[in-house]
Structures are given as structure tokens and as C-alpha cells.
Design a protein around this ligand. Structure first.
Ligand code: KG4
Ligand code: ZN
Length: 397
């Protein structure tokens, strides 16, 4: 089955084509092609991600990316000369893209010039994320589906992150359940219990800042550029290597609480006070604080994960999201896997940040239901607050 993935939930505009085969217990995925446009430079100017700025950038970039994807993968076949979109379809597209004038203009001028490509279904992120940004992807999916008469699979962004390690792991044994997914990125910090691909529940999450967000804020307090995660990590490595002593001790927030929640805003405040007290920061002190911060975050993440591994009798550990680019955090989870004997899956670097390949993969896991009940695409809505149900950490599987 060939699936087109569409991802516009935050600041990456991404499209991907995959071929998916096999049973849901042992799916196999092959990447055909993918295109991604990161809006990071745009948002850097504004000092953060504004939903309507993101929305406009998605709308402007989707068609150029789509064109490139189809051309690179050889799926764009020019239509016969008389093959323009007929009046009725044009009206339908106009209705579906009422809120997306840019998309409507570009779709009707490009998509009408090519034959329907060999795509079996479209998987689109419909939440969670920034609602105006999500809508662009959802409306784009609806328009393509109407045009080519193919189904849309509404896909949860977090399910994408959870399944992301499976692209590079197709030759391993099927995942043993229950699995635990620790999702760490600039937008999310969530522990999910995966009893099967159809049964995913949140068991804990951050009560305030996400891990990546905390890295970025702490970095700003240390006078480092945005995004600060990689900067902190580089300085922390240097401090470890040269054994700089830290001018302050940071707390390990919620490390001993009997739940699986996290809190990182206090840590950020502690960095702020530390920096204020230290006055002018030497390079050494800055690096040493970066190391202490990275250690504090890592210890909390790993300790909570370790507790959940035992509590839920976990058979597979998945760690995903942009923050796994952090070498120290990766190494700590690898150590946890060795110590606990629970196999660890982490996605390839390209699939750790937001992307559409993981959305197409997660869509495949839902495609089974599609035959039974094709989603009425007109009713499909973006859902910014979409969430797996939450189960109380005390509940036993
Ligand atoms: O998944 P992701 O690309 O995007 C969103 O969640 O939107 O994650 C980006 C986050 C940023 O906060 C960034 O600072 C953080 O991941 N990050 C890191 C590292 N590389 C990226 N945090 C710590 N150490 C790193 N090496
Ligand atoms: Zn994400």
C-alpha cells in the first residue's frame, strides 16, 4: 500500500511517500521519498512559533514541496492536453479550500496538469498541535482525496513519534508489548503505555514546560542562541571532558514522586537564580551549569522511565522526539536498557524531529479500520488538543 503522509502540526511542513506491507503485528515500511521545509529561520525572527505565521508558511510551501516529491519519485505523469479539472470538481475544491485561498489557487493550477498518481491513501496529522497550522494539512488532504477519490486517514501526531523507530528496524522481531514510549521534544514530554497499536494511553506528562522547551529557556538564560538544546549539550560535553566544577546545584524536580509526571519550569527558574547570583559568567561556569542542567533533566527522565518499566512490566522501550539528538540523554537511555534488559528502540535522526514519514507509517496502522468504515472526509476536523486517553499511573495493566 502506498501512503502519502502530510504533517503541518507545528513548524515543519512535511510530505512523505512510503510503501507499507505486512500485518500490523510486523509491519514493513519502505521510504519512497520525502520533502520537508523547516520554518525555524522564520520563527527565529519572531522569537517563537506564532500559529498564524506557521499557517501561512504551510500554505505557501505545501504545493512546491508536493510538486518536488512527485517529480523526484517519478509519480508525476503529465495529463493529456484536454485533462483540466472539470467544472464540478473545481467547485468542490473551492468549497473544501474556502479557508485556504493560496492552496486553492496552487492546487487547481498544478494538480490539474498531472494524472492521478499511484497513491492508495493519505495520512494526515489532525492533532495535537497548533490548530490553524493543522487545518492547512487537513484541508490539503481533503482536496487531494476528493480529486483522486482516495481515502484520508486522520492520524495522531504522537502515534507518529511512537512508531517512528520502526522505519529503520524492519528486520527486527515484532515489538513485544506492552511497550513504553518516552516522547521528548520541544513541544511534548509524555510517557505513553502502548499495550498494542490500537491501545495507547498516556501515563504521565509534563505539568509545565516540555524538555526541549526547558533546554531552550535555560540556554537563553545562559546567553546562548536559539534553539538552545544543541548549545547546552555542546557546552555540557566540554565541561565533562575538562571536568569543570559547577558553581551551583540544581534540583531534580519530581524525581521521587509516585506518579509518572514531570515538571521542568522550576529547573529553569533555578538556572535563572544561579546565573543572577554568579554575576558575570565565565565560559567555564557557563559550561558547568549547562552540564548540571543536562544531568538534572536526564536523571529525572531516566528515573521516571525506569519506574514505569517496572510498574507496567514493559517489554519494549521506545524513546523518540527531537531531544534524542542529545548524546548524553541517548546514552543514559541506552544504559537503562542494558541495566533493565528491556530492548530500546530509537528512531533514525531524520525521523526524530517532526516529519511526515512517521505520519504515513502511523496511518498504515489505522488503514485496517478504513476498509470497514471509510472516514467521511467532510467531517474531518483539526483537533489541537487531541490526546490519547490518560490512565492513572496506579492502574495495573
Ligand atoms: O521534535 P523537535 O524537532 O521539535 C518540536 O518539538 O517542535 O524538537 C526540538 C527540540 C528543541 O527544543 C531543541 O532545543 C531540542 O529539541 N534539541 C535538543 C538537542 N537537539 C535538539 N535538546 C537537547 N540537546 C540536544 N542536542
Ligand atoms: Zn512532534
Amino acid at each position: 500500500m502506498i501512503i502519502l503522509g502530510i504533517e503541518t502540526s507545528c513548524d515543519e511542513t512535511a510530505l512523505s511517500l512510503i510503501e507499507a506491507t505486512g500485518e500490523l503485528t510486523a509491519p514493513a515500511f519502505r521510504l519512497i521519498g520525502s520533502e520537508i521545509y523547516s520554518q525555524i529561520e522564520l520563527h527565529r525572527e519572531y522569537g517563537g512559533v506564532f500559529p498564524n505565521v506557521a499557517k501561512r508558511a504551510h500554505a505557501e510551501n505545501l504545493i512546491p514541496l508536493f510538486k518536488r516529491l512527485l517529480e523526484k519519485t517519478g509519480l508525476a505523469k503529465p495529463k493529456a492536453a484536454d485533462g483540466a479539472i472539470d467544472e464540478e470538481m473545481l467547485k468542490e475544491l473551492e468549497r473544501l479550500l474556502e479557508r485556504e485561498p493560496t492552496l486553492f489557487k496552487e492546487i487547481s493550477s498544478y494538480v490539474g496538469t498531472i494524472e492521478a498518481p499511484a497513491i492508495d491513501a493519505i495520512a494526515v496529522t489532525y492533532g495535537p498541535g497548533l490548530e490553524p497550522a493543522l487545518w492547512v494539512g487537513v484541508n490539503f488532504a481533503k482536496a487531494l482525496a476528493a480529486l483522486w477519490n482516495i481515502p484520508v486517514i486522520p492520524t495522531n501526531h504522537m502515534e507518529g513519534h511512537i512508531i517512528s523507530p520502526l522505519l529503520s528496524q524492519t528486520d527486527i522481531a515484532p515489538i513485544a508489548f506492552p511497550a513504553l514510549a518516552m516522547l521528548i521534544s520541544g513541544g511534548h514530554t509524555e510517557l505513553a503505555l502502548v499495550r498494542s497499536w490500537e491501545d495507547i494511553k498516556v501515563v504521565g506528562k509534563t505539568r509545565d514546560d516540555a524538555v526541549g522547551e526547558a533546554f531552550d529557556k535555560a540556554a537563553r538564560m545562559l546567553g546562548l542562541p536559539y534553539p538552545g538544546g544543541p548549545e547546552i549539550s555542546r557546552l555540557a560535553d566540554e565541561a565533562r571532558e575538562k571536568d569543570y566544577g559547577s558553581p551551583l546545584d540544581l534540583p531534580r524536580p519530581m524525581i521521587a514522586t509516585h506518579d509518572f509526571d514531570f515538571s521542568f519550569s522550576g529547573l529553569k527558574t533555578a538556572v535563572l537564580y544561579g546565573v543572577q547570583k554568579a554575576g558575570e559568567l565565565s565560559h567555564q561556569n557557563r559550561a558547568a551549569i549547562a552540564r548540571e542542567f543536562e544531568n538534572a533533566v536526564t536523571e529525572v527522565l531516566v528515573r521516571k522511565t525506569e519506574r514505569a518499566l517496572i510498574h507496567f512490566n514493559i517489554q519494549t522501550l521506545i524513546v523518540a522526539g527531537g531531544v534524542i539528538a542529545n548524546k548524553h540523554i541517548r546514552a543514559a537511555f541506552e544504559q537503562l536498557s542494558r541495566d533493565s534488559g528491556v530492548p530500546l528502540l530509537m528512531p533514525h535522526k531524520d525521523l526524530s524531529t517532526d516529519n511526515a514519514t512517521m505520519i504515513a507509517m502511523a496511518g498504515y496502522m489505522k488503514a485496517k479500520d478504513l476498509a470497514a468504515a471509510p472516514a467521511d472526509i467532510k467531517d474531518l476536523k483539526a483537533r489541537g488538543n487531541l490526546s490519547f486517553g490518560h490512565i492513572d499511573g496506579a492502574e495495573r495493566p
